[in-house]
Structure formats: C-alpha cells, structure tokens
Ligand binder design. Structure first.
Ligand SMILES: Cc1cc2nc3c(=O)[nH]c(=O)nc-3n(C[C@H](O)[C@H](O)[C@H](O)COP(=O)(O)OP(=O)(O)OC[C@H]3O[C@@H](n4cnc5c(N)ncnc54)[C@H](O)[C@@H]3O)c2cc1C
Length: 455
C-alpha cells in the first residue's frame, strides 16, 4: 500500500508514547496522531509522580526523543469522547489505541469516609503536582494524619506530608503548593496496612527513601513484624519483597532518631471507621488482624482508636470510561484480550480498536511496565494490518483530520512545538529561584504557551 498506516493513540502518557514509538519502529510506514486531553503531554509522569522524584520525572527526557520524531503528531487539549466522539474519529484512521490511564481514587468503603478530612490520595497528588483539574488550596491543619494503604502512592503522600515545605521548594512545585505546604501542621503520619510486611506493596528503594530526609523518622512497632509460612515463601520468591521486609525490620529494631516528623507504619490493622465530631474527622478506628498461614488475615476482634484529624486513602487509582468505548465498571478497565477492545455483548474484538497501559490492565505497575503492555498491543494491531483485517478508512490523510478538528470542531489544539515553549517557560520560571523548573498550573496559561495562538 502506498500510504502509511494511520493510527490515533488516545492519551499521551507513557503507555501511549511507548505504543507510538513501537509502531513507528515496526518497519512499516506508520503515521501516528497522539491525542491528549491536557494541554501538556506525559500523563502521570507530570501529574502523578511526586515532585521530589526528579529521576523518575526525568523519564520525560527519553520520551522527548520519541515525540521529536516526525511520524508522531501531538494533538493536545482534546478530550476524546467529549470534544470529539470515537465514531467521528474512525473515518480518519486505520486503527485507534486507547491509553487513557487513570486519575481518580478507588473508594474506601467504611463509615465516615464522606467526612471532609477523609481524602483520596489522588486528590492530594493532583493538588501538589499542580494538575489544573484539582484544588489550588489545601487544608493542612491536621497534626496527626492517617494514610490508609501500603503501596508507593501511600509513601509519596506520607513523605510529602512529613517533609518541610522548604525541602520541597527545590523541586518543580508551583507557588500555591509551596505556600500551602508552608502552613502544614502535620508532625505524625500513621500509615496503615491490613496485612503484614511480606504482603505490602512498597518497593525497596521508595521505602528506604522515605526515611532519608533529616526531618523524618520512620517507626515500626516490632510487634508488627510477623510472618507465616506463606509470608516466608513470598520473601523467598521475591528479592524485592525480602528487601522491603529487611528494611521494615531495620526500622523496627533501631534506636529512636528524634527527627521532628514521624511516619509510623502500622501493619495488621484493618480500617473499620473514620470517626467524626461536628462534621470533622477526630479519629480512625481499626481492627487488629492476624495471619492465617496462607498470607491472608482474619480479624481478632481487638479494636484500636487512633487520634488523627485527617485520613488519606491510598487504596488504588481508578480509571474513567471513555464515552463510546466499552468499559468494565467493576474492574475499571476497557475489556480486552491483551490488546483488542472487546464487545461486552459478544466477547468478540471490535475491529480497529485497541487498548494499552493502565486503562487496559488496571492501575498497577511502574512506568517501565507500560512498555511491555504497549508491545503486546501494537503487535496485535500490526498483525491485523498486515493480514488485511483493518478496513480502509474514508479519509486517511493527515490534513483532513486536522481540518475537521480545527475548522469543524473549532478546537484550540496544543502541539509538540507548543510543549517546547511551555517547557521553556517553566524552566525560565524556575531559573530565577535556582530550580530546574517551576510548574505552570493554570489551564489558560498553559494554553497561552502551548496553544495555537503562539504558533
Ligand atoms: C501518584 C502516583 C505516583 C507514581 N509514581 C511513580 C514513580 O515514582 N515511578 C514509576 O515508575 N511509576 C510511578 N507511577 C506509575 C505510573 O505513573 C504509571 O505506571 C503510568 O503513568 C501509567 O501510564 P498510562 O500511560 O497507562 O497512564 P497515564 O499516565 O494516566 O496517561 C494517560 C493519559 O491519557 C490522557 N487521557 C485520559 N483520558 C483522555 C481522553 N478521553 N482523551 C484524551 N486523552 C485522555 C490523560 O490526560 C493522560 O495524559 C505513579 C503513579 C501514581 C498514580
């Protein structure tokens, strides 16, 4: 065929960018339009990864090399399913890949979770990472805070709550975030897990890092270091889990450090209720659990009340449905067979629709994992193309779809060149303060740099 394979990738997070890269490296002539709802690309690298993780944020540098390639065109500030429907896009492409990731929080279904100081971790992350769709101000009056969940997001939230604002000022945090964090009263953060050290989801490096700040001391009660046969097996099977257990044992056994901010890690405590008084959080109730021998736990009937004034729940992110695309509401993923989007009625693949990343398999795993996801999906797509299973689109030209988006839909599209301008503006804003960058939060201001009027 004389024209290139035309693919629309929806969502410019790591999964969408890796999928685009794999397609254009496939040996076929491929042209990708990478759609993104935000004015800037990079998904949760920009709006999830914590600001004091510059090494991870630096993955953007390698993604830059992908987006610099002429076969990929970034079309930002467009929400597929709202600004443009999937059916409207279909005539312009041979195939569409959905890589829309996740932004919301899974619920913590216990009484009291509707109190104002009971907060999803994702809300707080959206605030401190300067996502324009989230709050600009944050109530940080609580001196003692509970964080429910024992994964890396719980560590991020605990660390940001326990660090001083000045420790974070060297990062890219915007002014409103610095000002709010300067008011932070928290001196104790209590992290709660239902099961034990061998079952928690921390990764070793992140668990060690949380204790590296001179203002933070991590404390573990030696009583919470407990393993059953399945726990021992889990440690033998995973070097990473074993390292996590060793680090927690180290925290449990050492002398007090007298750092001004403490992060207590509590295991075998199952959330029961967030306690309220006059409409505000005044405590958190848990039930002590014990291991059953197979790595699961059962309640002991022994309850504890913790004196806290805010409860953050880091019990998982949740993906949203894209209008016009099947969605498995229970698992919060697009139903798929490892790549093809499946029709929920028939269980059969829907021609030319694919999915990858967190929206494909759920919100677990690191950025690197989205690469293998993308490989599986793009292999399916390319095989369908080579075998002639993709119908001919009506208008596969690059210009035709742009005209539709700009003229018929009247959309203000942000571009890759626009990202360079926004990037330069953020770097310039940081430079005066001796930092690498300072993030621009407001949507309009991002558009001012990255949008069409600056072209
Ligand atoms: C708080 C937090 C901290 C993390 N920290 C780390 C870390 O330190 N190291 C690490 O390796 N991993 C980390 N991760 C995991 C990492 O962010 C994910 O593995 C990765 O971002 C998933 O990639 P994705 O492309 O599937 O989704 P996302 O990164 O969510 O990207 C999806 C993109 O799709 C866009 N989009 C959504 N809907 C639409 C639509 N309708 N139309 C157009 N565009 C749309 C979104 O705006 C977004 O840009 C963290 C995750 C979280 C939540």
């Amino acid at each position: 065929m004389s024209r290139p394979l035309r693919v629309a990738v929806i969502g410019a997070g790591p999964a969408g960018i890796y999928a685009s890269d794999l397609l254009i490296k496939s040996g076929e002539a491929v042209s990708v339009d990478l759609y993104e709802k935000m004015p800037a690309p990079f998904g949760l690298i920009r709006y999830g990864v914590a600001p004091d993780h510059p090494r991870i944020k630096g993955i953007v540098t390698s993604l830059h090399r992908v987006l610099d390639k002429p076969e990929i065109r970034l079309l930002g500030n467009i929400t597929i399913g709202e600004d443009v429907t999937v059916e409207e896009l279909r005539p312009y492409y041979d195939a569409i890949i959905f890589s829309t990731g996740a932004t919301g929080d899974r619920d913590l279904p216990i009484p009291g979770s509707d109190l104002p100081e009971s907060i999803g971790a994702g809300e707080f992350v959206g605030f401190y990472d300067g996502n324009p769709l989230f709050e600009r101000g944050w109530n940080l009056q609580a001196q003692k805070v509970a964080v429910v969940g024992v994964g890396n997001v719980a560590l991020d939230v605990s660390r940001v709550l326990a660090k001083t604002a000045d420790e974070l000022k060297v990062t890219e945090i915007p002014d409103n975030v610095y000002e709010n964090l300067s008011q932070n009263q928290a001196t104790e953060v209590h992290v709660f897990g239902r099961r034990g050290p061998a079952q928690c989801k921390f990764t070793p490096k992140e668990l060690k890092e949380v204790d590296e700040s001179p203002t933070i001391e991590v404390i573990v009660d030696p009583e919470d270091i407990d393993y059953d046969a399945a726990s021992e097996e889990a440690r033998r099977a995973s070097k990473s889990q074993d390292l996590v257990c060793q680090t927690l044992e180290g925290y449990a056994l050492r002398e007090p450090q007298n750092a001004p901010h403490k992060i207590y890690m509590h295991f075998f405590e199952s959330p029961v209720e967030i306690l309220g008084e006059d409409g505000h959080v005044v405590g958190f109730r848990t039930e002590r659990t014990r291991l059953n021998g197979d790595g699961t736990v059962s309640g002991t009937g022994e309850y504890r009340t913790w004196d806290v004034q805010a409860v953050y729940h880091a019990v998982g992110y949740r993906s949203d449905a894209v209008n016009g695309v099947p969605f498995d509401a229970e698992r919060a993923v697009i139903p798929n067979d490892g790549g093809h989007v499946l029709d929920p009625e028939t269980g059969e693949p829907i021609t030319a629709l694919y999915t990858t990343g967190w929206i494909k398999r759920g919100p677990v795993g690191l950025i690197g994992n989205t690469k293998s996801d993308a490989k599986e999906t793009t292999d399916m797509l390319l095989s369908d193309w080579r075998e002639g299973r993709l119908p001919e689109p009506a208008q596969p030209g690059q210009e035709e779809v742009l005209e539709f988006l700009e003229k018929d839909k009247g959309l203000a599209i942000t571009t890759w060149e626009g990202w360079y301008r926004l990037d330069a503006a953020e770097r310039a804003a940081g430079e005066g303060e001796g930092r690498e960058r300072k993030k621009i939060v407001e949507w309009d201001e991002m558009l001012k740099h990255a949008g069409p009027q600056a072209d």
